[in-house]
Design a protein around this ligand. Sequence first.
Ligand SMILES: O=c1ccn([C@@H]2O[C@H](COP(=O)(O)O)[C@@H](O)[C@H]2O)c(=O)[nH]1
Length: 231
Amino acid sequence: MTRLIVAIDTPDMDRAAELARATDGHVDAIKLGLEFCYARGFDAVAELARDRQLFLDLKLHDIPNTVAGGLRSLAPLAPALVTIHAAGGRAMIGRAREALEQSCVGRERPRLIAVTVLTSLDGHALHEIGVEGTPEEQVLRLGALALDAGADGLVCSPAELPALRRTFGAEPVLVVPGIRPEGADHGDQARVMTPRAAADAGADWIVVGRPITGSADPGDAARRIRAELTA
Ligand SMILES: O=c1ccn([C@@H]2O[C@H](COP(=O)(O)O)[C@@H](O)[C@H]2O)c(=O)[nH]1
């Protein structure tokens, strides 16, 4: 069963609280990331995440010691899912896993999710940053490294889901942004699919921001996406 995360990308606490309340009961978790955390800080994260599942999407990418320390500092927020960049490499991912395990003795550990290739990048953009091959090849390469180094799952676009499931099976937690209901504006997302197509291709979680938060009725937009997932 594919679960739905609403991405609450706003610097405004009242707006974030309004979006969280409007989508309560229609989504399985809220995502808070750079925009909200930098503007409002982590007390506000804790307040919004009370009684909600949290996807803390800060995409940590630094030397191993710094990422491990960052995750130890974030652990009290008890997110269900937390992100790092797979491109940080084996040692960084291994230390990240270790830090979470040590910080969460006796309670549930956040799942460590490694971002492979941002869903805003297409093949051309990847080549510009020096990556040869297709987005799918790069996702599989970074995915293999991240899972071997200790990540519980990956962020990928819906387009790579079939290849990831064929290669790594059912176990990795696959978290999938780049979701657009039929006819919705793609914005800055390059590798997109509909909620239903992503669910059929094996997403564990889909992450949807603007198609919900930019709607006149965010609760109803989330409800419709959830209905598409379960149809
Ligand atoms: O590769 C990635 C990793 C994370 N995201 C995040 O997902 C949401 C998507 O928002 P939309 O408004 O539905 O485009 C956003 O918070 C991103 O930071 C991603 O899009 N791609």
